[in-house]
Design a protein around this ligand. Structure first.
Ligand SMILES: NC(=O)c1ccc[n+]([C@@H]2O[C@H](COP(=O)([O-])OP(=O)(O)OC[C@H]3O[C@@H](n4cnc5c(N)ncnc54)[C@H](OP(=O)(O)O)[C@@H]3O)[C@@H](O)[C@H]2O)c1
Length: 234
């Protein structure tokens, strides 16, 4: 059992928390508005969950997931994350985050910005290329023929291994995409972003109104994800 700290408890944070609790982990949730605003989610998750401030979630987590609008990354607490594995789910959308010059000119990546902000932590990019609905729906036990894979990138091999072990416990295989800079191969707009997990057979008009315009989920084994990563044009 591992304690997972969550900085951000929205669509992705909430889904990771549900999967983590189902896998037998403890979770400490946080957001920008305060622990009391997370009471409903804590109550849904039960005794394995509690809420705190971002500093408390960072301090409590063996692994800490940063899952907030990218523009908020400078507010992520630095000191309590020193020496820890930090999973970065964030994506850059200039419409939401404002323009960040070094992302616009592709001289760096969003995960490298977070790593620069957290020099004493081991940042691993994961969960960013799958919609939260699909993330919740595609988890399967190890050995299932319908098991899907998620990409991991990071500069520390041991941290990546720790994240892969965590993903395995949630119901996912992992594909090592290389160092953090290679995270650009599954950023928004790449072949590995979102599309592999969409059912290609489902016509758009048959999408479920209750799930919005999200097409049905399609299990994506490691070979298929690897193919999408390899299709990245540069
Ligand atoms: N939605 C998806 O399917 C998806 C998939 C992959 C990756 N992503 C990426 O993952 C990140 C999170 O996406 P999301 O859809 O989960 O967003 P979301 O539903 O809007 O949730 C964002 C969470 O971050 C919290 N937050 C905002 N500013 C914060 C701060 N300064 N400190 C602590 N918590 C803060 C929010 O809390 P308050 O409400 O209290 O502000 C909220 O709990 C984004 O970068 C997104 O691009 C999203």
């Amino acid at each position: 059992m591992t304690t997972i700290g969550l900085i951000g408890s929205g669509n992705i944070g909430g889904t990771v928390a549900r999967l983590a609790v189902a896998a037998g982990h403890q979770v400490v949730l946080s957001n920008s508005r305060g622990p009391e605003t997370l009471a409903a989610l804590v109550s849904e998750l039960g005794p394995s969950a509690r809420a705190g401030t971002p500093e408390e979630a960072a301090a409590a987590g063996d692994i800490v997931v940063v899952t907030i609008p990218l523009k908020a990354y400078p507010s992520v607490p630095v000191e309590p994350l020193v020496g820890k594995v930090v999973i970065d789910t964030n994506n850059y959308y200039s419409q939401r985050d404002g323009n960040i010059a070094e992302l616009d000119d592709d001289s760096t990546t969003s995960s490298e910005l977070l790593q620069r902000h957290l020099p004493g932590s081991h940042v691993v990019k994961a969960f960013n290329n799958i919609n939260f609905v699909h993330l919740g729906e595609l988890a399967r036990p190890a050995g299932s023929p319908e098991r899907s894979a998620l990409a991991v990138a990071g500069d520390d091999a041991a941290a990546k291994q720790q994240v892969s072990t965590f993903l395995d416990s949630l119901g996912y295989d992992s594909v090592d995409a290389g160092p953090l800079a290679q995270g650009r191969r599954y950023q928004p707009g790449t072949p590995a972003y979102g599309t592999p997990y969409n059912d290609p057979q489902a016509p758009a008009q048959e999408t479920d109104p209750a799930r919005g315009v999200m097409p049905p989920a399609s299990p994506t084994p490691a070979v298929e994800l690897q193919r999408a990563l390899d299709a990245f044009g540069g």
